[in-house]
Design a protein. Structure first.
Length: 344
């Protein structure tokens, strides 16, 4: 029970907090990885912690089906489908992206999990039409918002904050900066609120990968827009729970410097840190979310912006299937071809 809300336990928690010895030696800072990529359904990821709470709410309301929305390659959609499959419910994803021409990456897993993906022209009308269609067929639909980011969506990571705080204490880490990806915001917001609630000395830094302003290349504009979105979101959270969590706008420690101009674009610098982490620690990150966040850590450490000896916790939020998306895969294949040796 957290802030008056129960969850349906489906995960093997806590996820490990690992010291990355090789990366730490190389960067001259102590880097740890919180392995939320190892959460145990359908290749894992951060959305499952949120879905423990959504599922409980859906079960309480007698739902027979989970419907959510996102990009065609939504990790959140795949994990919503996974939870529905495991708990005997139907599922559907609504996306306003076009059909990409192949069933790969998350779309492949969605299909395997028995989830219907609806490619609609307009989200506002398309979403409701899909919900109405299943309702007319007799389903009791529970709608999970994009990214699982409504007021309930903070609970998974508010809980993770105290889990992480306890693990850090156990490992003798009394001061650290947690780097986490900011997309639809509830992972970051949950951590921030959860750390405040348990009086933790750990600090959370958000790395934004989803442009919040019209001009994705405008770093300052994006930061201002994200700050406003975070403030609005926080206000709604306080209203919903009927209390304040003592978060002030000054607590929003975020960067928009790793967006690289667009959401989910193929970026050489990001692939470089993906290869770096794979080759140093055998940990696979993704090109859309975690790759950009890990890039922020490596980049800041190399520039000396993270002081030598600082403890850094990289929150690995999953996203593995993203490496199989066509526009990323072609770049990987081109760059990794030299590792293929066709012997005569
Ligand atoms: C792999 C991965 N990491 C991080 C995030 C960002 O989490 P949030 O949407 O809660 O900000 C997402 C969101 O889709 C994700 O799929």
């Amino acid at each position: 029970m957290l802030f008056g809300h129960e969850k349906t336990e489906m995960l093997h928690l806590p996820t490990p907090l690992e010291h990355l010895k090789n990366v730490s030696e190389d960067l001259g800072i102590s880097v740890y990885c919180k392995r939320d990529d190892l959460t145990n359904l359908a290749t894992g990821g951060n959305k499952l912690r949120k879905l423990e709470y959504f599922l409980k709410d859906a079960q309480y309301k007698g739902a027979t089906m989970l419907i959510t929305e996102g990009g065609a390659q939504t990790n959140h959609g795949r994990l919503t489908a996974a939870v529905a499959a495991k708990y005997g419910m139907k599922s559907a994803i609504v996306t306003s992206d076009p059909y990409p021409g192949e069933i790969s990456a998350n779309l492949l897993l969605d299909g395997m999990l028995g989830c219907n993906v609806h490619f609609v022209k307009d989200m506002e009308t398309g979403r409701q039409a899909v919900i109405d269609k299943y309702t007319a067929k007799g389903e009791k639909v529970y709608y999970v918002p994009m990214g699982g980011s409504n007021e309930l969506g903070i609970l998974g990571y508010a809980e993770c904050a105290s889990e992480l705080d306890a693990q850090a204490k156990e490992m003798g880490i009394d001061d650290a900066e947690i780097y986490v990806t900011v997309g639809s915001m509830s992972t970051y917001m949950g951590l921030l609120i959860g750390l405040k609630e348990c009086g933790s000395s750990l600090r959370v830094k958000g790395v934004n990968v989803l442009p919040y302003s019209e001009n994705a290349a405008d770093e300052k504009g994006n930061e201002a827009a994200l700050r406003e979105a975070l403030s609005d979101y926080y206000k709604r959270i306080c209203e919903f729970y009927g209390r304040d969590f003592n978060v002030s706008p000054d607590d929003f420690d975020i960067t928009t410097s790793c967006i690289h101009g667009a959401y989910n674009n193929a970026v050489e610098e990001v692939r470089e840190v993906m290869y770096y982490l794979a080759r140093k620690e055998a940990i696979i990150i993704d090109p859309c979310y975690t790759g950009k966040t890990f890039e922020a850590i490596v980049d800041r450490a190399r520039r000396g912006d993270i002081k030598q000896g600082t403890n850094v916790i990289f929150m690995h939020t999953g996203g593995l299937p993203g490496i199989y998306t066509l526009h990323h895969r072609v770049e990987f294949e081109r760059e990794l071809m030299p590792y293929m040796h066709i012997e005569e």
